[in-house]
Design a protein around this ligand. Structure first.
Ligand code: PMV
Length: 330
């Protein structure tokens, strides 16, 4: 049996950082995100009778050829395979051959682990012929070790409930993709891979002296952003999302050892977004665990922003995303 899966990355308006249970990838806080229509992973999954064959090839962003996955990459897949079997309550094994390709640079703050592991969660469920609800699939995706993968399962705009245990920590859609045509314009400043993974970063989040303060503030931040979203109040929404991004990075920069994901291109880029806004072109930034910048804007302003940022020599690529459906067998 061979089948294909397509699954999007997502950008969190309110980010999850820090885990109360590393084994089960249980976050301290709820998070809220949007699936990204043009940043996705496509998996071709072949189920094999020979259980000794477990292989994966990856085609990176802009590469023309597939390359064998590294041992570290393969180990993560195999670890997830073991968790998936347990979750799906299957006792038999399968062999598999995976071909994975990405429409965007990986490990650069554009949630490549979310798109990949959500796709793989759906692939394992499909390969073992299990029909899961979206809630169950999002839990399974979370058990990959990439928590944000759970948010790439449901459609459109997605809320991940932190929950108190594995059963209650799941993601669900709170609005369909066409509910609001806001745009996430990813300004790719560099396709370079980051040196510290989010998984390693989460473990040390609570070493920041500001971590407790962030957790205290988060219920209000989540509420403000959700209300602005529901009212389609772009100014209130963008303002709060931008502040939340700085709040999030202030934890990263003050945990021990600190994580400085920004590069010398990130600051000019965010300053330009702020300047453009002061000149009447309304956009807001958010930055994930990487140096690249996500510019949130309204559909009517795409061309103006695109023309402006194409002319900046610190921008390597621009990827325009709308909200979209979650992981699907295609
Ligand atoms: O998906 P993980 O468990 O590797 O964590 C990544 C979390 C962030 O991308 C940094 C923030 C978020 O909520 O998307």
């Amino acid at each position: 049996m061979v089948f294909k899966i397509k699954s999007p990355a997502n950008i969190a308006f309110v980010k999850y950082w820090g885990q109360k249970d590393h084994q089960n990838t249980l976050p301290f806080n709820d998070s809220f995100s949007m699936n990204l229509s043009n940043c996705y992973t496509e998996l071709e999954f072949e189920v094999l009778e020979d259980v000794l064959i477990r292989e994966m090839e990856i085609r990176e962003f802009k590469a023309t050829e597939y390359k064998k996955a590294t041992e570290a990459e393969m180990n993560k897949v195999l670890h997830f395979y073991t968790n998936a079997k347990e979750f799906l309550k299957v006792t038999h094994d399968i062999g598999f051959r995976i071909k994975s390709s990405n429409s965007f640079p990986k490990k650069a703050g554009i949630a490549s682990s979310a798109s990949f592991f959500s796709a793989l969660a759906l692939a394992f469920a499909h390969a073992f012929k299990k029909e899961l609800s979206q809630k169950e699939l999002s839990i399974l995706a979370r058990l990959s070790g990439s928590g944000s993968a759970s948010r790439s399962i449901p459609d459109g705009f997605v809320w991940w409930h932190a929950g108190s245990d594995s059963e209650s920590s799941f993601a669900e859609s709170i609005a369909t993709a066409n509910e609001w045509d806001i745009v996430d314009m990813v300004l790719v400043l560099s396709g370079q891979e980051k040196k510290v993974s989010s998984a390693d970063g989460h473990i040390l989040a609570t070493t920041s002296p500001y971590y407790v303060k962030r957790q205290e503030q988060l219920p209000t931040i989540l509420d403000t952003i959700k209300t602005a979203f529901q009212n389609k109040d772009f100014t209130a929404f963008g303002t709060a999302v931008e502040q939340e991004a700085i709040n999030f990075h202030s934890i990263l920069m003050t945990q021990q050892p600190p994580l400085y994901f920004w590069s010398n291109k990130t600051i000019p880029c965010i300053k330009d977004i702020v300047n453009q806004r002061q000149n009447g072109l309304e956009g807001y930034f958010t930055i994930d665990a990487g140096e690249n910048v996500h510019l949130l804007c309204q559909k009517k302003d795409i061309t103006s922003f695109e023309n402006y940022f194409k002319a900046q020599d610190y921008v390597e690529d621009i990827i325009i995303n709308y909200a979209c459906e979650g992981a699907k067998v295609v």
